[in-house]
Design a protein around this ligand. Structure first.
Ligand code: ZN
Length: 336
């Protein structure tokens, strides 16, 4: 990654503040990433091909950086981050191994099949829905199986072509360029890519435009509050390895994301763009939900993820649903 494609933390995209404090130094974040890579390489059979390490040890956000926290609103950010155009170009050119696309599709479709009954209960059995960042099309395929008319948008050339090859309806490009009609969708889903959007406000406004009145918006992101809770513990030498292992297994090791939205910052952003947050809850990364195909299933990872989920759900219920500390969170909103 050339430095020219990166920009330092200048202004927080949620509150505009220019003041940020260091949460994890570049040196420590690099060491944490190396530890994560080692954990997965040691957990998977030595014969595992490199492409099966996609999104475990191989990430788009792999350049050296530190983690900072906005002093005013608490947003976590990778510093530096992609410059806006570099962000789109990087994901557009993301070159996944062709052998990876099919197993990845199966992995996502299986994970989303388990979520569909709950989603149709909220949105309705008959619905027209949109996924922003549809990747290989796992969600679109699962949504179609459950009776929804599902469209996707993704800047990635390779993944969009793959999804179209599966007969899925995918627009290749940015959401605004798809020129969907006003109020054409019952629900919009942004699974695990909202943190990559260089202009989240513009994206939310466009989502609001294409949503029907009182339409649903689901956003799943890595939880900045979990990062802020765990990272300080890793400064203690006796806890470091344990914390890094938890971060690695929950998908947060080395924080390969642009932003760590927190329940508060994401709610604030959603409200500012005309949405009413209805539910904010703990989630795990969609592909760590136990539905991974055998080649990627790591029993110890599942044990750690389940334990973390249990503790975070306990905190959630004991705090009367006010503390959402899980490694990932989901915010469900309605158009105001
Ligand atoms: Zn801020």
């Amino acid at each position: 990654m050339e430095r020219a494609q990166l920009q330092p933390f200048e202004a927080c995209p949620v509150c505009g503040s220019q003041s940020a404090a260091v949460l994890v130094s570049e040196q420590d974040l690099t060491a944490e990433s190396r530890y994560r890579d080692q954990v997965f390489k040691n957990s998977l059979p030595p014969s595992t091909p490199d492409y099966m390490l996609t999104d475990l040890t191989v990430f788009t956000n792999a350049y050296p950086a530190r983690l900072v926290v906005c002093q005013k609103c608490g947003l976590v950010a990778r510093d530096p981050r992609f410059a806006p155009q570099a962000s789109i170009a990087t994901y557009a050119q993301d070159d996944y191994a062709s052998e990876w696309l099919a197993p990845s599709f199966e992995e996502y479709r299986a994970a989303f099949r388990t979520r569909m009954p709950e989603l149709t209960a909220r949105v309705g059995r008959s619905a027209t829905v949109l996924e922003v960042g549809s990747y290989v099309g796992g969600f679109l395929a699962a949504a179609g199986e459950f009776g929804w008319r599902a469209k996707g948008v993704d800047v990635g050339r390779r993944v969009s072509n793959f999804a179209r090859g599966k007969g899925l309806d995918v627009f290749m490009g940015q959401l605004a360029d798809a020129h969907f009609q006003d109020e054409s969708f019952d629900a919009v889903f942004v699974w695990a890519c909202f943190d990559q959007l260089p202009d989240p406000r513009a994206e939310l406004k466009e989502i609001r435009r294409v949503l029907k009145s009182r339409g649903w918006l689901f956003i799943q992101v890595p939880n900045g509050d979990c990062v802020k809770m765990l990272e300080p513990l890793a400064r203690w030498p006796m806890l470091r390895e344990q914390v890094w292992r938890i971060l690695a297994y929950t998908g947060l090791g080395g924080f390969p994301y642009q932003f760590g939205y927190t329940p508060r910052t994401l709610s604030r952003l959603a409200r500012a763009c005309g949405f009413e947050p209805i539910v904010i809850r703990n989630r795990v990364n969609i592909c760590e939900s136990g539905a991974a195909p055998a080649a990627r299933a790591i029993p110890e990872q599942m044990r750690v993820v389940n334990r973390v989920q249990f503790v975070c759900d306990l905190i959630y219920h004991v705090s009367l649903r006010t503390l959402v500390k899980g490694p990932w969170m989901e915010v469900v909103c309605r158009k105001q």
